[in-house]
Design a protein around this ligand. Structure first.
Ligand code: FUB
Ligand code: ZN
Length: 698
């Protein structure tokens, strides 16, 4: 039973009202036909109900803690992003504009998160709150549809072409973009039109303003969620003008003189060969281009997307899925960039910027690539981000946040920008990341499954129920039980099925060595190849049980030797979770690191689940070496350690260390507990490393 059905049983009148509003809205806006150039179709957020385990807990944390914390911050005068600007622009309060130029956009992301949560819970208080703010926003909108309160309240001229082709700072199209996306999500989740009307008015203005002959207007912002927003509005309304406008924006990239890599404007999108520039701008542009491809099937778009993906995933992404290596620097083409992708293999640990928004942007992009192709490599990246560099963006209590997500911390705060902080914060000088986390967690059910002509695709494992329809309208329902990622057993029961064959495509993660699939207790031969979807086709009956075994082995990973910062280091990983060694300063961290922290590559770690530690995590217990212990270990294994493992690193960024026969360390060891990287910085100031130095010599 879906959450809405469950809610409807308790509140039948409310459900009828919601359903009626939904039908009326659908009739008013003829939705676009299904995207033609995709293999998979997403499911509605209401189709998936988290029931137990990891994502159920995080989803509920989002409801209980994250959404209220974001709301409080958006109303807090110390915070950069401010809801009050809408009230001032609406004439309901007086005052001057406060916050950053992208404040509106981040407020919309909070409304989007509420809409998704409302769809899952049916909580009428969320619905009321959204309506109240939407009324204010509608009042703030100018009669011609323009809405970007920074411009309105500062009395700046809308859509002024940037002097040199770089539209970096005013963020009008960022604000418009998040408005359109939030309104479409709100419409889908509530069946209401109040926000959609605001969005249509705004998008109509964009359509008349952003015309093919005026590319300068189409780059009036560097950050371009507007492409995603316009295409979503096209999907909701069926109005092709919005799709055409999205294409104008993509086509404009790189066509002006003095375009820069910072904003992915140095070369036209279709000619791009690398992931470059500001990583939030970049991943949002790649998402938008993927959406455009999904609607048009234009080969040049796909070729560029796949080239850029190879550049990002195989040479420029952290083991945590972080996609934003450098706070500032130069692109290979010589442009100044900041908060950006690095060059190939430029993946520093201590100064890894990894803005939470960029990491999540990377997951959003991979989700779209997955829908287009059904290729599991994109699901692997999406999952890697989710469990690591997305979740590290919020505290385990769900109320405080990180902007930068470095992979090592030695106690220095504020280097090299104010966004490197030792502890997570409640309010911040740039508050784009918290609502990004909120909307991701609130809507995560949409990423758990897809459907295609031949059946259902399972992307994420976590306790939930699915109640959805296949493209031909047949109803399918599943119940998933698992403690993944802490344990690798997954049980999926078919609870509703059409009386004809269809395929259950089970994601077999690329990080696994071997996996097993059983149907009603019988092994399915050869189905489970790592890095693919295992297709299990049959005429299913209600009550059929599929069991998947994904052994959660602890692996020591090494990075391509071209990654300077990771040479002679290894990261410890279990399943999709990247671990780190963290010690709070008040527990002697500084002395411990002074004495040395080294990893013997044959270290054995034992998983132990602790439901009361850091929000409920599985820790890894084992032994690390002091400097003296490292020296003894190296001496004792001198011959074996001299033989360096080789192998082909072409197109490989990370791989499991091949175990060698080494004598276990006899002395100089100390007991160490590794925690999931996402849970670091929750115990006061601490020192932390993901990539631990290997005991291989001085
Ligand atoms: O562009 C809006 C926000 O400002 C981005 O998410 C951050 O990276 C910062 O550039
Ligand atoms: Zn951000």
């Amino acid at each position: 039973m879906s959450r809405v059905q469950a809610f409807g049983r308790k509140h039948p009148l409310r459900l009828v009202t919601l359903a009626a509003a939904w039908v009326a809205a659908a009739a008013l806006h003829g939705a676009a036909p299904p995207s033609p150039a995709v293999k998979l179709r997403g499911v509605d957020v209401r189709d998936v109900k988290w029931t137990e385990g990891f994502w159920a807990e995080k989803h509920d944390l989002c409801r209980r803690a994250t959404l209220p914390s974001v709301e409080a911050a958006l109303l807090d005068s110390r915070n950069s992003e401010q809801l009050i600007n809408f009230k001032i622009a609406a004439g309901l309060e007086s005052g001057n504009y406060r916050g950053t130029n992208w404040s509106d956009g981040d407020c919309y992301k909070w409304i989007e998160a509420m809409a998704l949560m409302y769809a899952c819970t049916g909580d009428p208080a969320l619905d009321r709150k959204m309506d109240e703010w939407i009324a204010v926003i509608a009042k703030a909108q100018r009669p011609d549809g323009y809405l970007s309160t920074n411009m309105q309240l500062k009395k700046l001229t809308p859509f002024t072409p940037p002097p040199k082709g770089y539209g970096g700072t005013l963020h009008e199209l960022y604000n418009f973009g998040h408005l359109l996306t939030a309104a479409c999500v709100h419409h889908r989740c509530t069946g209401k039109d109040n926000f959609l009307r605001v969005a249509r008015k705004a998008a109509d203005l964009l359509h008349t303003t952003l015309q093919p002959g005026a590319p300068a207007l189409a780059v009036t912002s560097g950050n371009m969620p507007v492409i995603m927003g316009l295409i979503d509005l096209y999907r909701v309304t069926g109005d092709r003008r919005y799709l055409d406008t999205a294409k104008v924006v993509v086509d404009a990239r790189g066509t002006l003189p003095n375009g820069t890599d910072l904003t992915q404007d140095h070369v036209p999108f279709r000619e791009e060969t690398e992931a470059v520039g500001h990583a939030v701008f970049a991943t949002y542009l790649y998402c938008g281009a993927a959406d455009l491809y999904a609607e048009t099937g234009e080969k040049a778009l796909w070729d560029a997307l796949e080239r850029i993906w190879q550049s990002a995933a195989l040479r420029r992404t952290y083991i945590t899925g972080g996609a934003c290596a450098i706070p500032q620097g130069k692109s290979a083409r010589g442009d100044s960039v900041h908060e950006a992708f690095g060059a190939d293999y430029q993946l520093p640990n201590r100064t890894a910027y990894n803005e939470t928004c960029a990491n999540i942007g990377n997951a959003m992009w991979n989700w779209r690539m997955l829908q287009i192709t059904g290729d599991a490599k994109y699901a692997d990246m999406m999952e890697r981000v989710l469990y690591n560099s997305a979740l590290s963006g919020e505290s385990v209590d769900g109320r405080n946040f990180f902007y930068a997500n470095p992979l090592a911390w030695n106690g220095e705060s504020g280097w090299p920008t104010k966004h490197f902080t030792e502890q997570r914060w409640f309010v911040h000088t740039c508050y784009c990341c918290p609502p990004q986390v909120a909307r991701t967690l609130a809507g995560l059910g949409r990423w758990a499954y897809s459907v295609s002509d031949d059946g259902v695709w399972v992307h994420l494992y976590s306790g939930n129920t699915l109640q959805t329809r296949l493209p031909d309208g047949a109803s399918v329902a599943l119940a998933q039980e698992t403690q993944y990622p802490w344990e690798g057993r997954v049980k999926i029961t078919v609870t509703q099925t059409p009386d004809r064959p269809w395929t259950l495509n089970l994601r077999i993660p690329g990080w696994i060595r071997s996996a097993a699939v059983k149907v009603n207790g019988q092994h399915v031969a050869d189905a489970a190849k790592p890095g693919t979807y295992a297709p299990v086709q049959r005429t299913w009956a209600a009550g059929d049980v599929v069991e998947l075994d994904l052994p959660m082995e602890v692996r020591c990973m090494e990075a391509n030797p071209a990654v300077e910062d990771c040479r002679n280091r290894a990261a410890v990983v279990r399943g999709p979770i990247v671990y780190c060694f963290e010690v709070p300063k008040d527990k002697g961290a500084e002395n411990l690191w002074k004495a040395g922290v080294f990893l013997p590559e044959n270290a054995r770690f034992t998983p132990r689940h602790d439901k009361d530690f850091l929000g409920g995590i599985t820790v890894l217990e084992g032994a690390l070496l002091t400097r003296a212990g490292r020296d003894r270990f190296v001496e004792q294994n001198a011959d074996a350690l001299r033989a360096k493992p080789t192998g082909d690193w072409a197109n490989v960024l990370y791989r499991a260390l091949v175990p060698r026969r080494l004598k276990p360390p006899a002395e100089g060891t100390f007991a160490a507990t590794l925690i999931p990287y996402f849970a670091w910085a929750n115990r006061g100031p601490s020192l932390m490393e993901v990539w631990l130095p290997l005991a291989v010599g001085p």
